[in-house]
Design a protein around this ligand. Sequence first.
Ligand code: GDP
Ligand code: GDP
Length: 439
Amino acid sequence: MKPIVAIVGRPNVGKSTLFNRLIGERRAIIEDQPGITRDRIYGDAQWAGRRFTVVDTGGLQSGPEGELEEAVVRQAELAIREADVVVFLVDVRQGVQPDDHEVAQRLRRARKPVILAVNKVENLKHEDAAGEFYELGLGDLVTISALHGTGTGDLLDRVVRLLPPPGAGEEAEEDPSLIKVAVVGRPNVGKSTLVNALAGEERVIVSEVAGTTRDPIDVLVERDGDRFLFIDTAGMRRRSKVEAPVERYSVLRSLRAIDRSDVVLLLVDAREGVTDQDQKIADYTREQGKGAIVVVNKWDLVEKTDRTMQEYTDSVRYQLRFMDYVEVAFLSALTRARLPKLLPQIRMVWENHGRRVPTGPLNECIREAVLLTPPPSEKGRQLKIYYATQPRTRPPGIVLFLNDRELMHFSYARYLENRVRAAFDFRGTPIRWYYRERE
Ligand code: GDP
Ligand code: GDP
């Protein structure tokens, strides 16, 4: 579980500039949320050996009278609820504004660690002026320029000092035989129905592993000696009752559940298929090296011929062509049609995700592949592959020793991966390749 750091503050103080600086080159995930005036953005950051998720709580455009203040306050409250550390950003050039006081007051009440960061400080005059923000009553402050990057190292030092200790609340996940499953997908695709159906049908022990302040609820399902942990089902169960602000964090919750899992079930509604949002989540799943199954739910609502399933599978694979190893399942969580196939399929992907191919057979496979289709040469230079070994699992990681990594082209890498997949069962899991040069 990665800790969360939220950036809050009025519009134009520099939140997205700071966000971009903190996550560097990493990709942001953007959540489109109706009712919030701008996309909310999540990204991974790393500092002093700690990894955490940064949330840019978004800028808010001024609307009709009063709306702005209310919106700022709501943003702050959302962020406070989920965050481990809040960075409250203000603008030295605008000085202390009434909205700043409003936000500061809520932050004080919330008793979450807050760092007051005064932005756009780029000369001595600004340094002096920054002192004015002590009146917000949030204690010490950091002066930064998000634009130029000055002071952001100090800011990150403080953030890291305030993060919860690493690994807290993860005890239940240490058992290597536990099959950790995240169930993600848009609202109403049937996530809760599915988890309830699995828990019910299999006559299982359901235990709730209540944990940290954010109260993730994990459901344990036992079957045939296998133990499946469905991660953070709280978000799913809560939804019908209150359209609570927490619900707006569904994407963030999903990302965190993915982080903790081995296998991700990406649920889609058979009538809608794979959406843009699903593609982004799938891409994140691949980047994090998790096993993946697209579960096409509500299959009962689709008119079928004997070709429907194949055609549907093809279209899912086309939309997710960046993860061509993905497994596709069709079922109805409601009628339970085809449901019994799902747990064995999860188990299969989990096994593949942890598969280690011995060095002998792996080298044999690579050698054969190279004999069959030798690597193309470039300007008289030929790629030579000496040796392969798989030192890593979850996800599987293969190291290739070769003469020059520049000579390894995408299409040839793709070819090798296809050969490895034809020889060994890696269905549902990504494979990571590492190249080591050797003369
Ligand atoms: P947000 O609405 O809080 O996300 O603010 P933005 O990050 O979009 O920044 C608003 C404006 O302030 C943009 O024109 C930025 O280029 C500018 N800005 C942000 N950080 C700094 C800074 O450290 N120094 C200066 N001079 N301008 C900044
Ligand atoms: P969640 O928001 O993803 O947790 O979705 P829910 O599990 O709350 O389901 C949303 C709605 O879809 C509910 O009315 C369910 O009864 C319905 N639903 C879920 N699975 C199926 C299914 O397989 N077939 C049909 N016809 N309806 C389903």
